[in-house]
Write a protein that binds this ligand. Structure first.
Ligand code: B12
Ligand code: SF4
Length: 514
């Protein structure tokens, strides 16, 4: 069959550097190609998308099947536009990704969609296409919902097994991306990372935790996504070499886009030893829990090329952390962050304001915690209810959020981000405070970065950093990421002068605290 994967993406920028390759499409394409299908991929992320664009793509590729991926958010509208056009032009339309995984039946009720892949897609999509081809040789539908042609009855096929063996899969089809270099970015020293071309790739599936704001907390989602699995480092190196062979750039930095990469001491050591043993000349970034790191492992991570770690702290309030089912030992996190910094590993901590029932005092505790944990950069967001999660259900039960009842309603509700306020504070205060704090974090970050240059005697870089207003360049992204533009009446006050130097958050004493 001819299959066309269309990645809806968003038309604008969200966050600092968001050139995400459509990892879902290359993962599936590799498997389908092996099964004899002809697969093409087009990516509309950060590109304008209208009816004519989709029509042109369909005329170019004349697919039998069009596959679309959807997160709950602004991408939904674009995903639906693609699907309506594809359906009108006679293709079979399949959806996959987090939104249809959580709401398969509601998604499939839409007339433009014929089938939904629920959770992990490689084997499910392969078997679904075999089913469409009328192949009955051992084909057993699983992880899908389909609409029967006679009367539109929806049938859901549950998963079987614990998920695909990542090490057995063909390497993702990076060669099918029309322009792999679109995903190579070089922000390098701008963000105190080494100045290398980098690309994002996926190395694991699912997560061992179940934070109550995350869709991993949903039992159904966990079943359909399979248990936590990680890729053998040998395969990671093979994928890195494959990417390098396709790119015009000298790509030597890799962002592991996982829910969780650093999850266990033994496996982390295995990764590090393998990368060191292979003499891998690459830097890599990952996400993980800090509590499992100690000085010795941090040194090993640094030697193995780890240059940045992302970790979720979320809140400074014990009550909220308990509600999130997240154990954070503040002292351990602060100490580990300091050790990471000394080892030259950059740390990004994520904080969220506005959880259901959260009060102003609790948000102030979060601000205190941000001052206490000396991460290189703090990312701040306003909590948004993700369907299928315990906190979403709590928001609905409390009457703070009315769940959209159809896919079209979800499109409307999330056109510019869900933009909800389910906390105990005024919306105006919540968004303004989050934005002001986010700007303050960037100011702190860029001041520390200037001090870095000064401390290292990099005179030209220091002078350059003085004449370039990086915070201002960052503001539209921040506004967009926080969703502030929804609340147009909000008056934004930029943070004033008094930043107090704090003890050595980035490894020398000049640095500025949160
Ligand atoms: C990269 C990423 C992003 C990127 C964009 C990703 C994209 N697809 O366009 C950016 C930074 C823009 C982003 C933003 C957000 N994200 Co995000 N993001 C991720 C992340 C880290 C990786 C996704 C990925 O590439 N995975 C690797 C690939 C291989 O896996 P996959 O996408 O799941 O695909 C597999 C299956 O789902 C399936 N499949 C997927 N698509 C399709 C399509 C078809 C046709 C088929 C058949 C199968 C199929 O097959 C694939 C192979 O098995 C995930 C966490 C994770 N590790 O999955 C969160 C995640 C997807 N994001 C999430 C959230 C909450 C958000 C935000 C709402 C956060 C926020 N508060 O702003 C925003 C929403 C913005 C928006 N909608 O535009 C949630 C999803 C919740 C939800 N209901 O949608 C996740 C799961 C994180 C989490 N654990 O909660 N995100
Ligand atoms: S650690 Fe991250 S991916 Fe895992 S359950 Fe918590 S928020 Fe979700």
């Amino acid at each position: 069959m001819r299959v066309l994967f269309l990645n809806p993406g968003k038309d604008d920028v969200c966050g600092y550097d968001t050139t995400y390759p459509p990892l879902w499409a290359i993962a599936l394409a590799a498997v389908l190609r092996e099964d004899g299908h002809e697969v093409a991929i087009e990516d509309y992320d950060r590109r304008p998308l209208d009816r004519a664009t989709v029509e042109a793509a369909l005329q170019r590729h004349t697919p039998d099947v069009v596959g679309v991926s959807a997160l709950t958010g602004p991408q939904l509208g674009r995903a639906l536009l693609i699907s309506k056009v594809a359906k009108e032009l006679g293709a079979t339309v399949i959806w996959g990704g987090p939104h249809p995984t959580i709401l398969p039946e509601q998604t499939l009720e839409h007339p433009a969609i014929d089938a939904v892949v629920i959770g992990e897609g490689e084997h499910a999509t392969r078997d679904l296409l075999r089913h469409f081809q009328g192949r009955r040789d051992g084909v057993r539908l699983h992880n899908v919902a389909i609409k029967r042609k006679d009367g539109g009855r929806i049938e859901v096929f549950p998963p079987h097994g614990d998920g695909v063996d990542l090490n057995e899969l063909p390497l993702p089809a990076w060669d099918l991306l029309p322009d792999i270099d679109r995903y190579a970015t070089r922000i390098g020293e701008d963000l105190r990372l080494s100045d290398r071309w980098r690309i994002k790739m996926n190395t694991s599936r699912s997560c061992i935790y179940r934070c109550t704001f995350c869709f991993q907390a949903n039992d159904n989602v966990r079943d359909y996504l399979g248990k936590y699995r990680y890729t053998h480092p040998e395969r990671i190196v093979r994928e890195i070499e494959f990417i390098r062979s396709l790119s015009r750039h000298d790509v030597t930095a890799f962002d592991f886009i996982d829910m969780l990469t650093i999850f266990n001491r033994r496996v982390t050591r295995e990764y590090c030893d393998y990368f060191i043993g292979r003499g891998l000349d690459a830097k890599w970034y990952a996400s993980g829990r800090q509590s499992m790191l100690d000085d010795e492992l941090i040194q090993l991570l640094a030697r193995a090329g780890c240059e940045m770690l992302f970790f979720g702290v979320e809140s400074g309030s014990n009550r909220i952390l308990e509600m999130l089912d997240k154990e954070i030992d503040r002292k351990v996190v602060a100490a580990v962050t300091r050790s990471l910094s000394k080892a030259g590993i950059y740390s990004i901590a994520s904080y969220v304001f506005g959880f259901p029932t959260e009060t102003r005092e609790e948000m102030e505790q979060t601000m205190d915690l941000m001052r206490f944990i000396p991460s290189t950069l703090n990312c701040i967001q306003v909590y948004q209810p993700v369907p299928g999660t315990p906190l979403f259900d709590l928001s609905v039960r409390r009457g703070d959020f009315v769940p959209p009842a159809s896919l079209e309603e979800w499109v409307e509700a999330s056109r510019t981000g869900i933009g909800a306020n389910v906390s105990e504070v005024e919306t105006d205060w919540l968004y303004r405070m989050t934005y002001e704090n986010a700007v303050r974090q960037y100011v702190r970050f860029f001041l520390n970065y200037q001090f870095d240059h000064l401390a290292a005697g990099r005179r030209d870089a220091f002078l350059d950093s003085l004449t370039t207003n990086r915070v201002e360049a960052e503001m539209p992204n921040l506004k967009q990421a926080i969703g502030i533009e929804r609340w147009s009446g909000i008056e934004i006050k930029l943070p004033g002068a008094p930043f107090q130097p704090s003890p050595s958050p980035i490894g020398h004493d000049l640095a500025v605290g949160a």
